[in-house]
Design a protein. Structure first.
Length: 375
């Protein structure tokens, strides 16, 4: 097949990592894959002045925007300006995949020659635009490949898409990039988190939990990574080690340095860091967002109530107080959860859905090769 991926912005987010993974794997299977994205918007004058006051470099355009497509064999084209993707930007194809609510608008306006229209839906993206337009995009009649059960249910129940047009294909994790040898607890109790100032991701919840836990575990160590600078309005705990835009080999080492990984998010499509941490044999303490309820139900972590820093702090203390055999058992369960469903399994399902869409069949049919998924 000839497959187009239409992307809102190519960056270093977990969602873009998933898109780039599918694009590359589909190309390796012999499909002709093309991806197009737009650059980040030019910063407004106020943002430029704020960046100058902070003496930080402000990304100005495509060349300053690294993404998971960098170094990929997949042909990826960034537009010359912050605008909608049009037919002139795309080759003719068999399938055209929108990957964000705005791209659904763009894809829906394309002529038939650019491919049968499908959306790859990683979240209900109300955080990224006006609710009226996001909801209108959700109502647009095209098949949806969803990363989690909750997204699929929303599409069926709230937006009344036929069940035959909504398929759940859970994410996996690359066990070559993210893995660690069996180990025991850290010599110094350690927790980790992914840092972002974006409120939906709940970094503030995790930080507050660390501060509470330190009242009983004063030597609690903190490791963190993120794609942006630490903000003055949301500082990391004292003594935290922070890695900015760390490469994958460094990420897996950071995951493996922790006794528990914190996932305090309020709103999440899937939650890829959960699987990445588990693949590195690190239990996860997480809120019931995205796929966390399903992934943590197998004993590889602890589920805590939403926005409850006190409950997360108690879970941290519980992990720290575990005996070595108890912690190793939780660590092993985490690894089993991450390794039981591979990217090959996920790509089988994703590829079959695109093939069925191209043939004009409902996408919610059997996979090419049965595989047990984590959700």
């Amino acid at each position: 097949m000839r497959i187009n991926f239409v992307i809102g912005r190519a960056d270093l987010s977990g969602g873009l990592r998933v898109i780039a993974t599918y694009a590359e794997r589909l190309q390796k299977r012999g499909h002709e894959v093309f991806a197009v994205s737009r650059p980040r918007a030019t910063p407004k004058l106020r943002e430029r002045l704020r960046a100058l006051l902070r003496r930080k470099k402000q990304p100005l355009g495509p060349k300053n925007s690294p993404s998971h497509f960098d170094g990929s064999p997949v042909r990826h084209q960034r537009l010359e300006s912050f605008r909608a993707v049009t037919a002139a930007d795309l080759p003719d194809a068999d399938v055209c995949v929108g990957t964000w609510w705005e791209t659904v608008e763009w894809v829906n306006a394309l002529p038939a020659g650019k491919g049968v229209k499908v959306q790859f839906m990683q979240d209900y993206e109300i955080f990224g635009g006006p609710k009226e337009r996001v909801d209108a995009a959700c109502r647009t009649p095209m098949p949806r490949i969803c990363v989690a059960d909750w997204v699929a249910r929303k599409m069926r129940e709230e937006f009344h898409l036929p069940a035959s047009d909504v398929l759940v294909v859970p994410n996996s994790v690359d066990l070559e990039r993210f893995r660690a040898a069996p180990r025991g607890k850290q010599a110094v109790p350690t927790v980790g988190l992914m840092y972002t100032a974006f409120r939906n991701k709940g970094t503030d919840v995790s930080i507050a939990a660390i501060e509470l836990a330190r009242k009983n575990v004063p030597n609690l160590r903190v490791v963190a990574f993120g794609h942006g600078e630490v903000q003055d309005r949301l500082p990391l705990p004292d003594g935290a080690t922070y890695h900015l835009r760390a490469p994958d080999p460094q990420l897996k080492d950071m995951y493996a340095q922790a006794d528990a990984w914190l996932f305090g998010t309020r709103i999440e499509g899937f939650g890829l860091p959960i699987l990445e941490a588990m693949a590195c044999r690190t239990p996860v303490i997480g809120t019931p967002a995205g796929a966390a309820p399903e992934l943590l139900s197998r004993g590889g972590g602890i589920l805590v109530p939403m926005e409850d820093s006190a409950a997360m702090a108690r879970a941290i203390e519980r992990v720290v107080a575990m005996s070595e055999p108890e912690w190793r058992d939780m660590s092993d369960n985490a690894y089993r959860t991450a390794s039981r469903y591979t990217w090959e399994d996920a790509t089988d399902r994703f590829e079959e859905a695109l093939l069925r869409a191209h043939r004009g069949e409902p996408i919610n049919g059997p996979a090419v090769r049965p595989a047990e998924a984590p959700v």
